[in-house]
Design a protein around this ligand. Structure first.
Ligand code: GLP
Length: 240
């Protein structure tokens, strides 16, 4: 295993949440105006629950934090219950004192997607980059929505979702044909430029792809494998 990756196996999903939240809390303590790169999916939910509990207990202050989300479905607006903006509001933003004007999620309804992608990258540069990037991993090894491909894409871009991703994410929609076929995602460049990375996964279905990412070849066919070239990565996994 690459020595700079810290790999921790937790007993429960709740413990993964608490451990992940501690890492994020440490980042906020070190830099109260940190830029947090945030993620959606089922894996980060217990982290967000733990952060909300800490905030309610008066242990955390999000007032100076800026957040930049990884991705969004093309075609879904922020009030669509399956949009990632909606997910972030319901699972974190509505429950803590983060300034709504400092929460960024790509706009899935932008009329000009090329301009939206370029503006998203520019914003991250202007913010001084991402201090801590939270990531889940897809069953095909995707991070954000960077799907397996022949090469890594550096910039924020629009991707066609892999059939296995559409299938995996169908659980959140009424049926698979309602899952958008494309998404806007942060590229590998902005992810790799984040100062710290926290990759989380839960459930036996993720174990094999996670281990391949950590110890197999570094290849755009398994996008998460690129993280081995990053100097500060923590991986949290629980079988639960
Ligand atoms: C989606 C998201 C990813 C996320 C992945 C895993 O496709 N775009 O950012 O990491 O799903 O999701 P889950 O945590 O629900 O398994």
């Amino acid at each position: 295993m690459f020595p700079l990756i810290r790999y921790k196996i937790l007993d429960t999903y709740e413990e993964l949440g608490r451990t992940g939240a501690k890492i994020i809390a440490a980042q906020i303590a070190e830099k109260p105006n940190a830029v947090l790169g945030l993620a959606t999916g089922s894996s980060p939910v217990s982290i967000y629950q733990s952060l909300i509990a800490d905030y309610r207990a008066g242990k955390l202050d999000f007032s100076k934090i800026t957040s930049v989300n990884l991705d969004e479905y093309v075609g879904l607006g922020g009030d669509h219950p399956q949009s990632y903006r909606y997910f972030m509001q319901k699972n974190l933003f509505d429950h803590v004192n983060i300034d709504p004007a400092k929460t960024f999620v790509p706009n899935g309804l932008a009329a000009d997607m090329t301009a939206e992608c370029a503006a998203y990258d520019e914003r991250i540069v202007k913010l001084g980059g991402i201090d801590l990037q939270l990531l889940g991993i897809g069953l095909d090894g995707h991070i954000g929505f960077n799907e397996p491909a022949d090469s890594f894409t550096e910039e924020t871009h629009v991707v066609s979702l892999h059939p296995s991703t559409v299938e995996a994410n169908a659980r959140f929609f009424e049926s698979a044909d309602q899952v958008p076929r494309s998404a806007i995602t942060l590229g590998i460049g902005s992810i790799m430029r984040a100062r710290k990375i926290l990759l989380i996964a839960n459930g036996p279905a993720k174990k094999e792809i996670l281990e391949k990412a950590i110890s197999g070849p570094i290849t755009p066919r398994l996008p998460a494998s690129i993280l081995r070239l990053h100097p500060d990565v923590t991986v949290l996994y629980t079988e639960e």
